[in-house]
Design a binder for this molecule. Structure first.
Ligand SMILES: [Zn+2]
Length: 279
């Protein structure tokens, strides 16, 4: 989302909004102020917080308003030169811009999970999805000893947006591998040195991914982003550090990949999928 916010901020700041529509019936979660308050307003900025996108506009009727957007797992936001056909079933939100252009939230798959809220400054301050977010993992996360001091395993802690925000499950594998830590090590079991290594890995891995995105991601924004992974979903391939074959634990809807040599002192972690079958 960071690169999306950067690209959209550069493209949209100062741009006039003609109108906003929500063909996705469940997409809009607020009713006051009405979406029509954005008609004729001007984009001020686009920012990211956690996995949320904040599209900020200056309106005549309501002052500054923010269109808060969560794309969930299957949503995409793209800037199009032409407006969508009304028959496009993937459209959830359409922000119409001058010259037939359009900022469009689309969602692929059967679920309608992506949502938007139109919020005043007060509404933004009280917004639960923002209030409950933990500190940002990048570019300057806090010390992790206190933050992660619970008996939960690192791989769930790092994905928990209320603990620390902005890390997707893909990057958890990369970060833990870079820090040479087991995904099942408990948060309250980190030594000072390990916590510092984890913090460093967080900054460097997320920074590395952003550098790739800076180079490769262009407007109108891709449907599929590149995934510059070295470990995640590379099970069966050699570890990029020690060449041991990478192992994985499979969950219902994702996979966790790790290096037994670098991260788990040679232990192969139990495959949940297999152990469930054997019950
Ligand atoms: Zn290794």
């Amino acid at each position: 989302m960071e690169i999306v916010a950067r690209r959209l901020a550069a493209a949209l700041s100062g741009e006039r909004i003609e109108s906003v529509m929500t063909p996705g019936i469940n997409a809009l979660k607020t009713f006051d102020p009405p979406l029509s308050a954005l008609d004729g307003s001007t984009f001020r900025d686009v920012r990211r917080r956690g996995k949320l996108l904040l599209l900020e506009a200056e309106t005549e009727s309501h002052g500054p308003l923010t269109l808060l957007t969560h794309l969930m797992s299957a949503g995409r936001i793209m800037l199009y030169e032409k407006r969508a056909s009304m028959k496009d079933r993937t459209s959830r939100v359409l922000v119409r811009l001058p010259g037939d252009r359009e900022l469009r939230v689309r969602e692929f798959g059967t679920k309608q999970a992506a949502w938007i809220k139109l919020l005043t400054l007060d509404g933004l301050e009280a917004e639960p999805s923002l209030k409950t977010l933990g500190p940002e993992a990048w570019p300057d996360p806090p010390r992790l000893e206190e933050l992660l001091a619970t008996p939960r395993p690192l791989h769930t802690l790092l994905r928990d947006q209320q603990v620390i925000s902005g890390i997707g499950r893909t990057w958890v594998d990369e970060i833990l591998h870079a820090a040479k830590l087991s995904p099942f090590k408990r948060g309250d079991d980190l030594s000072e040195r390990e916590a510092a290594a984890l913090r460093e890995a967080m900054i460097s891995e997320l920074g590395r991914v952003l550098d790739v995105y800076e180079e490769k991601v262009e407007l109108p924004l891709p449907e599929k982003f590149p995934k510059p992974t070295r470990v995640h979903a590379h099970q069966g391939e050699p570890c990029p550090r020690c060449e041991t074959v990478l192992e994985a634990v499979f969950y219902e809807d994702y996979v966790m990949t790790y290096c037994p040599h670098c991260q788990t002192e040679g232990r192969i972690l139990k495959d949940r999928r297999l152990s469930r079958l054997l019950k």
